[in-house]
Design a protein around this ligand. Structure first.
Ligand code: HEC
Length: 245
């Protein structure tokens, strides 16, 4: 008892010196912070890698920037959480290793519309073309705005290499050849999508427009782990905790 009173007396004394006390508190927080933080940056295996997850193609990257420009993430998240109701509605929950090339992240926190992370391959290309032109044409009560300019505005193919260069400096493994041939690569992928749209009975001459980029991006979203070991079968659903939306 006596000892306790003594120590608390000493403590009181230090508390009475605001500057010393502030320095001591700062030091102890710093030490704790360093101990927690350093392993995160130093231990490489902390970043879970999935073999099949690859960086965006040039056209998809351009589409992703349109997604950011238009603020789609104000209404859509890209983060299927490991809850039964989300997995049943959207599909496989998002693994950390799937978003290692995402700069900036688009996980989002607002869902006026549905989560989009597993939308890749869910609809044909033409569905997206119609949906952007008028969401009410595919989803009758939709409150999503129209994006009619996607079919009219030219895509800036020449700017894509620069975007890839920037990402390269941030650690995304684009090779110099890939960067140099970005525009050609994007035009090839754009032509294939435009061709598919026409073959499905949609509008022609979209290969140079923004619409092909945003469609390419959406069609790739969340598809990299398909068939890989990171993708757990439906049986995995019973292992995940249930939670609120
Ligand atoms: C005002 C909110 C809002 C904005 C902004 C918005 N959306 Fe939507 N979006 C919705 C709603 C609501 C739905 C569900 C109804 C529908 O299919 O249109 C939806 C549906 C979708 C779907 C179909 C998802 C599915 O699984 O059926 C896609 C794809 C989509 N949006 C993409 C986009 C993209 C890309 C942008 C930006 C260019 C965007 N949205 C902007 C509200 C929004």
């Amino acid at each position: 008892m006596k000892r306790f009173i003594e120590t608390s007396g000493r403590h009181r004394k230090i508390e009475g010196w605001p500057l010393v006390f502030t320095i001591l508190v700062t030091l102890s927080i710093l030490v704790g912070g360093i101990v927690e933080f350093l392993p995160l940056v130093l231990v490489k295996s902390n970043i879970p890698r999935i073999e099949t997850v690859k960086p965006w193609t040039p056209l998809e990257l351009a589409g992703r920037d349109i997604y950011i420009r238009e603020g789609c993430n104000n209404c859509h998240s890209q983060m299927v959480r490991p809850f039964r109701q989300e997995i049943e509605r959207y599909g496989e929950y998002v693994k950390p290793g799937e978003t290692i090339y995402e700069r900036p992240f688009l996980w989002g926190s607002k869902r006026t519309g549905p989560d989009l992370y597993r939308v890749g391959g869910k609809y044909p290309n033409l569905w997206h073309v119609r949906h952007f032109d008028d969401p009410r044409s595919t989803s009758p009560k939709s409150i999503m705005p129209r994006y009619t300019w996607f079919q009219k505005q030219d895509l800036n193919f020449d700017g894509i290499g620069r975007k890839m260069q920037t990402l390269q400096t941030l650690g995304v493994p684009y090779s110099d050849e890939e960067i140099a041939s970005a525009a050609d690569n994007a035009k090839r992928q754009a032509a294939a999508i435009a061709q598919d749209v026409v073959a499905s009975g949609g509008p022609a001459n979209l290969e140079g427009k923004e619409i092909v980029a945003i469609v390419a991006y959406l069609q790739r979203l969340g598809t990299d782990i398909k068939g890989s070991s990171a993708s757990t079968a439906a049986a995995g659903i019973s292992d995940v905790p249930s939670g609120t939306n």
